[in-house]
Design a protein around this ligand. Structure first.
Ligand code: GLU
Length: 451
């Protein structure tokens, strides 16, 4: 078939929309990748012939299951659980589990699709997957969370394994939930194996995993600035979120001499003009991980700070912005506000936090913009190292893992520059990440023939 006979981007997207009705997040994620890949494969007949992009945009399988559990008042509750196994061309499926009321099949399909490219970019042998449930851990007792996690794993265990699919944490799933799920897996299978990452240090966890995603997003930012002869020292940063990713991103910004002005949760954001230093970050970690409180309490405790209810932090003037909360949390107007306030770089700790229109604003303004699939890949990369440690039954220390993370992020930045430099000095990091991530998976798929 001649190249000119191939479907064009809009025809391809019409097919994706028809096959995935109403799955807006998934369609958005596919479009963001497809627009770059179509240019890249224009003259590469083998990718067209083998329908590679069409195949990557169709998950290998989507498993959906019922999760029953009993709350503290003895009511029987029913939730839906999923595991989306998107692609295992270059390694076992790998990707987190999200517990949040906004979780749908569309959200998990977008996350598993993104994860495929992200994991490929790390250079480690990991395919892409994602799972989760519409269970809301907020306000639940430890015992309720434990019963839910055990019930979730009682079904999930049959679909995963260290050589098959290795889940980890994501929004609503941290050390506590991973512990309950790992304990249940071990109990059902009678096997101690590296089936989950993000485990506690005592039972095979990596000493660097909690910090990895947030630190990695800042290392990526540092690499972008360095590429332009600049650094984080003295820069003001606006960060959204206050979970694992956001607090560790804040910590690394502070360590590198920057000043963090904001953090947020679903109730609003706090703005601290004095800067959120390490002591304050530790206070927030305790608030969120131990007391399981709300970010608004920060403004009661640190009286120079203000709380902005139901607002996002993007109108606070800053040099760099790190969206570290969730998908589509930064829209076109907010991107324009950041640009008009002089932002020079954006590094995404969350997955797809900027809308397609917002990304266009950053590109048009020639802002350094790193998409989540590149900038937040440090988390899953250190998960990949945790898998290696579990297989070898060894443990690496914090310092060694820190060096490996720094190197991995430098490598990912380098790949993005290689495939994303437009030749005019401006690096399109979205294009670079999409093409570099795609190429490795696509070439492996070509080697397998039609499967
Ligand atoms: N949920 C994280 C991500 O979005 C980490 C996944 C993992 O460690 O497997 O990449």
């Amino acid at each position: 078939m001649a190249v000119s006979d191939h479907v064009n981007l809009e025809q391809f997207m019409a097919g994706v929309e028809k096959r995935n009705p109403g799955q807006t997040e998934f369609i958005q994620a596919v479009r963001e990748v497809a627009q770059d890949i179509f240019d890249f494969i224009e003259d590469k007949e083998e990718y067209h012939e083998a329908q590679i992009l069409r195949r990557i945009a169709e998950p290998d399988r989507v498993v959906s299951f019922r999760v029953c559990w009993e709350d503290d008042n003895h009511n029987i509750r029913v939730q839906r659980g999923w595991r989306v196994q998107n692609n295992n061309a270059i390694g076992p499926y790998k990707g987190g589990i999200r517990f949040h009321p906004s979780v749908t099949e569309s959200v998990l399909k977008f996350l598993a699709f993104e994860q495929t490219f992200k994991n490929s970019l790390t250079g480690l042998p990991m395919g892409g997957g994602k799972g989760g449930s519409n269970f809301n851990p907020k306000g639940k007792s430890d015992a309720e969370v434990m019963r839910f996690c055990q019930s979730f794993m009682t079904e999930l265990y049959r679909h995963i394994g260290p050589e098959t699919d290795v889940p980890a944490g994501d929004i609503g799933v941290g050390g506590r939930e991973i512990g309950y799920m790992f304990g249940q897996y071990k109990r059902i299978t009678n096997r101690w194996e590296g089936v989950l990452t993000g485990k506690g240090i005592e039972y095979g966890g990596s000493q660097m995993r909690p910090e990895a995603t947030g630190y990695g997003a800042v290392y990526f930012l540092q690499n972008m600035l360095k590429h332009k002869g600049d650094s984080i020292e003295g820069k003001t940063a606006v960060i959204s979120g206050s979970g694992n990713v956001a607090t560790h991103a804040a910590e690394k910004i502070v360590q590198l001499g920057g000043k963090v002005l904001t953090l947020s949760d679903s109730g609003g954001f706090i703005h601290d003009p004095d800067g959120i230093d390490q002591d304050k970050i530790d206070w927030i970690k305790h608030l969120k991980n131990v007391k399981r409180g709300r970010i608004s309490e920060y403004a009661d405790h640190f009286t120079n700070a203000s709380f902005h209810e139901d607002k996002r932090p993007w109108d606070v003037p800053c040099d760099v912005a790190l969206p570290c909360a969730t998908q589509n949390e930064l829209n076109e107007d907010e991107a324009k506000e950041l640009v008009s306030n002089g932002v020079i770089a954006v590094s995404e700790g969350a997955n797809m936090p900027t809308t397609l229109e917002g990304v266009k604003v950053f590109h048009d303004a020639k802002i350094m913009y790193a998409p989540g699939k590149a900038a937040n890949a440090g988390g899953v990369a250190v998960s990949g190292l945790e898998m290696s440690q579990n297989s070898e039954r060894i443990s690496w220390n914090h310092e060694r893992l820190g060096d490996m993370l720094t190197e991995l992020m430098e490598g990912i930045h380098g790949k993005c520059v290689e495939f994303g430099d437009n030749g005019d000095g401006y690096v399109d990091y979205v294009k670079g990440a999409n093409i570099a991530g795609f190429k490795k998976v696509a070439d492996a798929m070509l080697a397998f023939g039609v499967v």
